[in-house]
Design a binder for this molecule. Structure first.
Ligand SMILES: *[C@@H]1O[C@H](CO)[C@@H](O)[C@H](O)[C@H]1NC(C)=O
Ligand SMILES: *[C@@H]1O[C@H](CO)[C@@H](O)[C@H](O)[C@H]1NC(C)=O
Length: 233
């Protein structure tokens, strides 16, 4: 009898462990190079590759859940599949259907220098768009959404030094991309690395500039003034 109970306890903990593993690896990734026969598509295969890209998508997901401090699957968006397409198109990169990342083979072709690092950074940025909360239908400044994606890229270590502003540069807190990413990094340090995680969590249900005040005790405009003063003295 005691043995049977023990056996059943073992079985149920095994089931728990299995479902935990399932929870971790539930996202499926695919990489499709639709531009193989173009110079950029060939450069993707030669210098970056499907295997590396797939691993990068997986690693980016884990990294983003860490930045957002989403330890529990119920904190996260429910996305089961992410696909990366290398397409023969103009521009850089965009996300469609909330789970498909498209990267321009033409950009890969003409990128001067370390294209692998550049594309890795772009994948961290775009993967953030897949996982971030964006206000549940309420208006959010585009610059904040892009700034959070570049904040993650900054933290990943794949931010380009060549074409990014330095800390303290820019005209408005919600100017977007690198400008807003640097400002968010400042805000994050005021809250021991928890600000962006908490802001993202609040953005699950809505959005207001007042979230900065709620989380940091100062309005976003005052924080921007402090930030500019800190880096421009
Ligand atoms: C992904 O993360 C694993 C574990 O940290 C690491 O061994 C691997 O090199 C990473 N892959 C890429 C493409 O960065
Ligand atoms: C995860 O979240 C759910 C729903 O909020 C909760 O019931 C559960 O206890 C949480 N699990 C952990 C490990 O925190």
């Amino acid at each position: 009898m005691a043995n049977l109970v023990l056996f059943m306890i073992t079985l149920s903990s095994l089931a728990l462990i299995l479902s935990a593993i399932e929870g971790i690896s539930a996202v499926e990734y695919t990489v499709i190079n639709t531009a193989e026969n173009t110079p950029g598509g060939a450069r993707f295969d030669a210098d970056i590759g499907g295997q590396y890209s797939q691993e990068t998508l997986e690693n980016a997901t884990t990294f983003i859940w860490g930045i957002f401090q989403q330890n529990n699957a119920s904190d996260r968006k429910n996305v089961e599949r992410v696909s990366l397409f290398i397409d023969d198109m103009d521009g850089f990169s965009y996300v469609s259907n909330n789970n498909q990342i498209h990267v321009s083979a033409r950009y890969i072709q003409v990128y001067p220098g370390d294209v692998k690092t550049e594309i890795t950074g772009i994948l961290y940025h775009q993967m953030t768009h897949i996982w971030q909360w964006i206000g549940n239908g309420q208006p959010v400044p585009d610059g904040l959404i892009e700034g959070i994606a570049d904040f993650v890229r900054l933290k990943s270590g794949y931010a380009p030094t060549s074409h990014w502003v330095s800390a303290g540069q820019g005209d408005r807190w919600d100017q977007g991309y690198d400008v807003t990413a640097r400002f968010l990094d400042y805000c994050d340090q005021l809250k021991n690395g928890k600000f962006v995680a908490e802001l993202n969590q609040k953005m699950r249900d809505g959005y207001s500039d007042g979230y900065f005040q709620e989380l940091l005790g100062k309005s976003v405009d005052d924080l921007w003034v402090d930030y500019k003063a800190k880096f421009n003295n």
